[in-house]
Design a protein around this ligand. Structure first.
Ligand SMILES: NC(=O)c1ccc[n+]([C@@H]2O[C@H](COP(=O)([O-])OP(=O)(O)OC[C@H]3O[C@@H](n4cnc5c(N)ncnc54)[C@H](O)[C@@H]3O)[C@@H](O)[C@H]2O)c1
Length: 248
């Protein structure tokens, strides 16, 4: 008997990085899982359904298809997200709208479409992938940080709105995680080795966190075992938010 036996989950951004690690972990612990992503190619036992979280019709069709495949929905992992670099001078209004559309409204669309199914579930949980950028000021991340600050506030508001319907809502706040996203970021840096070393040094643990470590935290919050936990943000950041170590 495993904690996710009988649990039906959808994971956005489930074709890569943190989303794929989460979908795989939930499946290994007994859940049946549908990944909603621009890329619908995932390996068994996962099922992939193409969805663009910026398109309400696409989201509604994909969530309804996922619910039909799974026989309902108990867990929603809102994880699809994109990055943005620079100060407030570096991104124009269209880019601000585009990144908010994916990172914030995307979660709204997916959860809104899933609510009728979550209300039917006896173990309903929503977990949003937020970021250290919501709680720490990071240079050159103005737009991205603003979206993740919104995700943190949205998580709390949703937790309040849906508590009495039996739906828990929490988020995870990863530090820099070793995923294809960071691979792309490093590939675009002037000195990828120095950039990676700087990112590692920024976390007190001296290394990037892994996608599997973030997945473990998401699984904790999604599990029926954490039924007493709602409206929280769980850091998975190698101590970056809370610790101040002296130099060795
Ligand atoms: N990697 C990090 O260091 C880090 C740190 C903190 C938070 N996060 C957050 O974790 C989440 C996942 O990041 P990752 O590093 O695994 O990235 P990733 O690029 O490896 O995966 C993101 C996935 O989201 C999908 N996606 C993007 N736009 C989409 C859309 N419009 N509709 C549907 N799917 C879409 C992509 O196709 C991709 O499969 C993001 O929300 C990100 O902000 C990442």
């Amino acid at each position: 008997m495993s904690d996710f036996d009988g649990i039906r989950a959808i994971v956005t951004g489930g074709a890569s990085g943190i989303g794929l690690a989460t979908a795989s972990l939930l499946a290994s612990r007994g859940a049946t899982v549908v990944c909603l992503d621009l890329n619908s190619e995932v390996a068994a036992p996962l099922t992939g359904i193409r969805a663009d979280v910026t398109d309400d019709a696409s989201v509604r069709a994909a969530v309804s298809a996922a619910a039909a495949t799974l026989g309902g929905i108990d867990v929603v992992v809102n994880n699809a997200g994109i990055g943005a670099q620079g100060t407030i001078e570096d991104n124009d209004d269209a880019e601000w709208a585009r990144v908010f559309d994916v990172n914030v409204q995307g979660m709204v669309r997916v959860t809104r479409a899933a609510l009728p199914y979550l209300r039917e579930s006896s173990h309903a949980a929503v977990v949003n992938t937020c970021s250290i950028a919501a709680t720490a000021g990071l240079p050159q991340r103005a737009l991205y940080s603003a979206t993740k600050g919104a995700v943190l506030s949205l998580t709390l508001a949703m937790a309040a709105d849906h508590l009495r319907e039996g739906i828990r809502v929490n988020c995870v706040n990863p530090g820099t995680a070793d995923t294809p996203w960071i691979g792309r970021l490093l590939a675009g840096a002037a000195d990828p080795v120095a950039e990676r070393a700087a990112l590692e040094a920024r976390q007190p643990s001296g290394r990037l966190v892994t996608a599997d470590e973030v997945a473990g935290a998401i699984a904790y919050l999604a599990s029926p075992f954490s039924a007493g936990t709602t409206g929280t943000a769980l850091a998975v950041d190698g101590g970056m938010q809370g610790l101040r170590l002296r130099k060795e």
